[in-house]
Design a protein around this ligand. Sequence first.
Ligand SMILES: C[S@@+](CC[C@H](N)C(=O)[O-])C[C@H]1O[C@@H](n2cnc3c(N)ncnc32)[C@H](O)[C@@H]1O
Length: 280
Amino acid sequence: MTNPSKSSPSPVHAEISGAYERALERSKESGSSCCGPGPASGNAAKLVDYGGDAAGLPEQAVRSSFGCGNPLAFADVQPGEVVADLGSGAGLDLLIASDKVGESGRVIGVDMTDAMLAEAQKNIERAGATNIELRKGTIEALPLDDASVDWVISNCVINLSPDKEAVFAEIARVLKPGGRVSVSDIVAEQLPAELREHAAVRSACIGGAISEAEYISGLQGAGLVDVEVTERMVYDEQQLLSVVALDDAQLEGLGEDFVRAAATATAGKVWSARFRAQRA
Ligand SMILES: C[S@@+](CC[C@H](N)C(=O)[O-])C[C@H]1O[C@@H](n2cnc3c(N)ncnc32)[C@H](O)[C@@H]1O
């Protein structure tokens, strides 16, 4: 059962949802993204190594991707399995999972932002996928039954949560025994407090990031086993500048000097990591 005390979205949720509605609009206009590094006018999903996984999928789904990794890379998802994507956004990872589980499987996308759910629905229709279901909700109180999914995936979302302990507990709750986790996310070491406090830096997937060690102990603390990091991409100064793309940052009220100083201060201390884990 979902913890009822977690089911009301907080002001942080509203702020993040608003930021992603605006980011989605900007991605449609210019192809820019605000999560995951890419060239200033670029697109995180092109920088992220999707290999052949995104081949043939609707261009709009790729353009509106805000991920920082490919959680399904090397994941042994089998036909007939059930995959839940936490913070599914415009749906690129849903479509990749849909191919892997096939007609006998099911993919469930959970997101709290109406505009993202609407965009994902369009991309599902464009791709002609019939095994994907979208559910509105927060990742701290997942709209999923206990022990109901074989895989939990997520791409650059848990860092945004104001209550990561609740998210890790929810992951453990919804997984079937033996079910697996494959999550790509941004982690950060020793972030200056002024960065943590900035709403735009938080929405850019950096301000709320915890360290890799905290992530691992969070997953273990929820009872998950075989927790490991299978990939890391450490961001340099240029990549960090593109994560908090200057245009977007100015729109959000951060000055160029602030963003440049922040990129210098955090270079080498922020990276995208892929976490694997399992429910015993
Ligand atoms: C950085 S985007 C990533 C989207 C998608 N996973 C991708 O790779 O393109 C973050 C997404 O997570 C959603 N999100 C953020 N925090 C959430 C929360 N606490 N509960 C549910 N959805 C959340 C946002 O609405 C947004 O669609």
